[in-house]
Design a protein around this ligand. Structure first.
Ligand code: NAD
Length: 243
């Protein structure tokens, strides 16, 4: 039977690439978006034209009630959820002294609480089916910490904590939970970075190049096929950080 996947923040960047890769494997996709309706509709049209199964669903996943709606919609449409990709995320460059309560709430809720809530919403079905694959898109900065991205780094470290604890809790139900921790992937998230800054970054990367969205999607593809990897934080960063 065809698998069913929810991907949060799938209208662009890494999430969009994951949606395309999984749809082309014959997986039924529910691609979540929040603000980018036009891009989400284009993605749906593009994949449906090629004969793949994809639905789009608007939800602000930083809010528990909207996570509930997203899971409910998927279950009503496809009757099960096999794969959850917690990809939605935001970043802000600030000194610690500049971070307001609103900034904290926005980043933590979008990057971490969203994943926690989505896991809560899909797990009943996965446990019932004794089958599931959850992938959290965290970040290299959750492992090593980033100056001026403190809340982002905290949120991603938290996401890795979620991965490790949940892997232990739901492993007996044949549910695997892993994080993918990218380094620098060229997307809209880092479009403000200048060419000189990119050159400086590349000079610190052993593979001497930035990452592409495909590099992350390939790892997602592998994790879905795998059946013995859980609780792991998989770094994809060209060797920028080796722990
Ligand atoms: P992006 O900004 O292109 O994509 C982020 C997506 O999340 C967007 O589609 C956005 O609309 C969505 N989103 C944000 N808030 C949302 C909300 N409340 N509800 C639903 N969707 C929401 O950036 P990206 O690079 O594709 O990032 C994808 C993930 O990868 C993020 O979690 C990011 O932190 C992580 N990541 C990216 C990089 C990188 O270098 N690009 C590195 C490490 C980790």
């Amino acid at each position: 039977m065809e698998k069913v996947a929810i991907i949060t923040g799938a209208s662009r960047g890494i999430g969009r690439e994951i949606a395309k890769t999984l749809a082309k494997k014959g997986i039924k996709i529910v691609a979540n978006y929040n603000k980018s309706e036009k891009e989400a509709k284009e993605l749906k049209e593009e994949l449906q034209k090629e004969g793949y199964k994809i639905e789009i669903f608007k939800a602000d996943v930083s809010k528990k009630a909207e996570c509930k709606d997203l899971a409910k919609y998927t279950l009503e449409k496809y009757k099960k959820i096999d794969i959850l990709i917690n990809n939605a995320g935001i970043d802000k460059y600030q000194l610690i002294t500049e971070v307001s309560q609103e900034d904290w709430n926005e980043i933590i809720n979008t990057n971490l609480y969203s994943a926690f809530c989505m896991c809560q919403e899909v797990l009943q079905n996965m446990i019932h089916n004794k089958n599931g694959c959850i992938i959290n898109i965290s970040s290299m900065w959750g492992i090593v910490g980033a100056s001026t991205e403190i809340v982002y780094s905290i949120s991603k470290a938290g996401l890795d904590g979620l991965t490790k604890s949940l892997a232990k809790e739901v492993g007996p139900s044949n549910i695997r939970v892993n994080s993918i921790a990218p380094g620098f992937i060229e997307t809209d998230m880092n479009k403000e970075i200048s060419n000189q800054e990119k050159i400086d970054i590349i000079n610190n990367i052993p593979l001497e190049k930035l990452g592409k969205t495909e590099d992350i999607a390939k790892c997602v593809n592998w994790l879905i096929e795998d059946n013995y990897t859980t609780g792991q934080i998989i770094s994809i960063n060209g060797g920028w950080v080796i722990t």
